[in-house]
Design a protein around this ligand. Structure first.
Ligand code: UD1
Length: 422
């Protein structure tokens, strides 16, 4: 079993390139299953979830080349006629569920099971299922095995989401791009990763309008393929960017984060400013400088985009553990997303979490401790806290962190942190 060992107290200084977005590359890889011929992608992050998606594609008959580099080529010409996804592969990550819409769109059928992923409380897929049924899919769920087929092909229709779910919006988009007729999604998710998926699908010939707004309209086309010579670039990871900015607040120092998209972080950057950090945004760079204890903030409520992202809640909480004053967090997206609070308290933080609310009262300093990453972002939050803590922190269950961060220890040690993996 691997662990990260961090000796806290070293200021960070330097420049870091932002990795490609985990939550964008996964749906784009699923979308590649809809395409005839080769799809070339760039800026793909080297994270374990990417390899999970590649294993699914390969098992379905795709050829994927590119190894660990940021460029990947996916050829789904030989995609299985009856796509079936192994339970073990489904359970490795939440976004395995979006292969349902892609496989249904491409082959009119698929068999899979309920997806895994981080334990953030109940994560039902009822909206995915009812939308695909409305589009003509017959879906039988027996003993957790989900069998889907579309006897007459998928047809466009009007779908109104009761909540703008990211995964449900992606699944519907994937199913709709080659369905017969028009699909209208009302109240879709507006996250930048939805825009990235729409851009990729459009670049392959899909007709999609309205992504980023309150209504997405998709007119089905016969088939999709990426034009010869094109390479589609994955957007930068706004959560990884928020993580490294939080790391600077925890450890102190300065960082120029390059190749990021500040316009995707408009709900997060003001929080760093409120903490007292000096922060400057450029077209695709963010500079941050911070020393001493940050200030506490007004209540931070997680919301769907463009609100404050739930995925940044844990790392920002770490940044506030040593603040002067008290900050209240309200988690509105997931039921159980404060599992990092126990580890932070073990390091000396004062956090009271109950239900949707967590109250963080700043303490003068944290102390290293032995902890387990409770989930992906919770694990990253412990790494950030450990950078500023006195003494040594050891973090087990690094596999959670590796799901979404490209070699976090290399990134942070390049900035002067004392962090290594054993
Ligand atoms: C995606 C992101 C995740 C992020 C989340 C919210 C990926 C791979 N993951 O997850 O990092 O934290 O968006 O921004 O992109 N829900 C239902 N029924 C459904 C679908 C969702 O009740 O059919 C509920 C969920 O339980 C949750 C809320 O809706 O409470 C948000 O979920 P959703 O937006 O679907 O998140 P994911 O796509 O799972």
């Amino acid at each position: 079993m691997q662990k990260l060992v961090i000796d806290g107290g070293k200021m960070l200084k330097g420049e870091l390139k932002t990795q490609g977005a985990k939550n964008a590359v996964l749906p784009v890889l699923a979308a590649a299953a809809l395409c005839d011929g080769k799809v070339r992608l760039s800026n793909c992050p080297s994270i374990s979830d990417r390899y999970g998606a590649i294993r699914i594609l390969t098992r379905l008959g795709a050829r994927v080349t590119g190894g660990a580099g940021s460029e990947l080529t996916v050829d789904c010409s030989g995609l299985a006629e009856f796509p079936e996804i192994d339970d073990n592969l489904m359970r490795t990550m939440r976004s395995s569920i979006i292969f349902m819409g892609a496989a249904l769109g491409r082959r009119g059928r698929c068999t899979l099971c309920y997806p895994g992923g981080c334990d953030l409380g109940p994560r039902p897929i009822d909206m995915h299922i009812s939308a695909l049924k409305k589009m003509g899919a017959v879906i039988n769920d027996e003993h957790g095995r989900i069998e889907c087929y579309a006897p007459d092909g998928l047809s466009g229709c009007k779908i109104s989401l009761s909540f703008p779910s990211v995964g449900a919006t992606e699944n519907i988009m994937l199913a709709a791009v080659t369905a017969k007729g028009e699909t209208v999604i009302s109240n879709p998710a507006r996250e930048p990763e939805i825009g990235c998926l729409a851009d990729f699908l459009r670049s392959c010939g899909a007709h999609i309008k309205g992504d980023g707004g309150g209504r997405i309209v998709i007119e089905g086309v016969e088939e999709l393929s990426q034009p010869e010579g094109e390479v589609f670039s994955i957007i930068p990871d706004r959560v990884a960017a928020a993580t490294y900015l939080s790391a600077v607040i925890c450890a102190g120092g300065e960082l120029m984060l390059t190749d990021c998209q500040p316009s995707h972080m408009e709900a997060v950057i003001p929080v760093f400013e409120a903490m007292g950090a000096y922060i400057r945004c450029f077209k695709s760079n963010i500079y941050i400088q911070s020393t001493g204890r940050p200030r506490s903030c007004d209540t931070i409520r997680t919301m769907v985009y463009p609100g404050f992202p739930t995925d940044a809640q844990a790392v920002i909480m770490s940044a506030l553990t040593c603040s002067v004053g008290t900050t209240v967090f309200v988690e509105n997206i997931f039921e159980s997303r404060y599992r990092h609070a126990a580890a932070l308290c073990r390091m000396g933080a004062d956090i009271r979490a109950e239900g949707k609310v967590a109250v963080v009262t700043g303490v003068p300093e944290l102390y290293g401790a032995s902890c387990e990453a409770p989930d992906l972002r919770g694990g990253a939050a412990i790494v950030c806290a450990a950078l500023g803590a006195q003494g040594r922190t050891e973090i087990l269950r690094t596999e959670y962190i590796d799901r979404g961060y490209e070699s976090i220890e290399k990134a942070l040690s390049s900035l002067g942190a004392d962090i290594y993996r054993v």
